[in-house]
Write a protein that binds this ligand. Structure first.
Ligand code: URA
Length: 306
C-alpha cells in the first residue's frame, strides 16, 4: 500500500509540474486514502508494486475516476477500460463538409455542425451547453485551451470562469482585447464526472474525436500563430506522445499543420500556483507571441509580471 500511495503522490507531482490543474478523486477513493495513510502496516509484495506502477504512467493523462480508484486500490488494469475502448465508444470523428464562401459563412456552418453533433450532445451534461470557439475570425492569435469547465458549460462560451478572467488579463496586458483574438478549446464539451464538482482531463479518444472541429476553426481563422494553454492543449495539437512534461516544449516554437504554435502554462495552473517564476515565464512566452505577431512592446510591458 505504501508503494501505491508513493506512486500516486509522485504522479500527482509530475502532473502539477506539467501544468495540469485538477484531477478527480471520488469520495470512496478519498476514504481509502485516509484509511491507507492511517494504517500503513504491511509492505506490499514487489510483484504488486510492479503491477501498480505499470498502470500509472501513460494512462494517467486519460485516467477516469475509475482508473484513479483502481490505482489507489492497487487493482490490476482492466483490459476493457483502455483509452482505445473509450475511443471505440465515441467512434471516429464524424465527417462534415463546410460550404464555400467567406470566413463568416464557413464558421457559422461549422458552429451549427458542432452544436448539433450527436456525439457531442450525447457526451455533454444534460441541461448544459456545448462550447464552441469565440472571437475574431481575422485574429492573428488563436488561444487554445483544454476543455470547458463548469462556468463554460453553463454559459456556452470558452474561458468565462476564473481562468478566463486571467486569460482576459493576459490578453489585455498584450495590448489586445478578448474580441481581437480567437479563443477555442480542444474539447467542445466538459469531460463528465459523476458530480458537478471538479474537472477531469479529456481522454485521448475524446480529444481525437473533437480535433477535426478545432482544426476546422484554425483553418477558417488562419491565425498567424496558436498559443496552446497547458499540457492537454499542447498534446492535443502536437500529438499525445510529443512530450512527457509541458516544460519540454513550453516557450519553444513548434507547428500545428504549418501554423506556428507556442505552448505555455494554462491560466488555471497560474491561478493555483503561487510561483512568481512561472508567472513571469508565462508572460515571457506571451512577449514571444507579441514579437512574432509584430505587436509593439513597451518597456513597461517588457518588465511586466502576470
Ligand atoms: N479551461 C479551459 O481549458 N477552457 C475553458 O474554456 C475554460 C477553462
Amino acid at each position: 500500500m505504501r508503494y501505491q500511495i508513493e506512486s500516486v503522490v509522485d504522479e500527482l507531482e509530475r502532473l502539477r509540474k506539467e501544468g495540469q490543474d485538477r484531477i478527480y478523486v471520488s469520495e470512496e477513493s478519498l476514504r481509502d486514502l485516509k484509511l491507507a495513510v492511517g494504517k500503513i502496516i504491511a509492505e506490499d509484495s514487489e510483484k504488486e508494486m510492479e503491477s501498480v506502477v505499470a498502470l500509472i504512467p501513460d494512462r494517467i493523462r486519460s485516467a477516469t475516476a475509475e482508473d484513479f480508484d483502481r490505482v489507489l486500490k492497487g487493482e490490476p488494469k482492466k483490459a476493457s477500460k483502455t483509452s482505445g475502448d473509450r475511443k471505440a465508444t465515441l467512434g471516429i470523428p464524424l465527417a462534415f463538409e463546410l460550404p464555400e464562401g467567406n470566413k463568416q459563412k464557413r464558421w457559422d456552418a461549422l458552429r451549427e455542425i458542432v452544436l448539433n453533433c450527436p456525439k457531442c450532445n450525447e457526451n455533454k451534461r444534460e441541461g448544459y451547453q456545448l462550447v464552441f470557439g469565440v472571437g475574431s475570425l481575422d485574429a492573428d492569435i488563436f488561444f487554445c485551451g483544454e476543455a470547458p469547465g463548469a462556468d463554460e458549460e453553463e454559459q456556452g462560451e470558452p474561458f468565462v470562469g476564473k481562468a478566463g478572467q486571467l486569460l482576459d488579463k493576459m490578453i489585455g496586458a498584450m495590448g489586445l482585447a478578448r474580441e481581437e483574438v480567437y479563443i477555442g478549446n480542444i474539447m467542445n464539451w466538459r469531460p463528465q464526472l459523476p458530480t458537478r464538482v471538479g474537472n477531469r482531463p479529456p481522454t485521448i479518444g475524446e480529444i481525437e474525436f473533437c480535433l477535426p472541429y478545432l482544426r476546422a476553426q484554425i483553418e477558417i481563422v488562419k491565425p498567424k500563430l496558436i498559443v496552446a494553454l497547458g499540457a492537454t492543449a499542447a498534446k492535443g495539437l502536437l500529438g499525445s506522445k510529443s512530450f512527457r512534461s509541458l516544460r519540454e516544449v513550453k516557450g519553444e516554437w513548434r507547428e500545428f499543420e504549418k501554423t506556428p504554435l507556442l505552448a505555455t502554462y494554462h491560466p488555471s495552473y497560474l491561478l493555483r500556483n503561487d510561483s512568481k517564476r512561472d508567472k513571469r515565464s508565462a508572460w515571457e512566452d506571451l512577449l514571444k507571441v507579441m514579437e512574432r505577431c509584430g505587436l509593439p512592446i513597451s518597456d513597461r510591458q517588457r518588465g511586466y509580471f502576470l
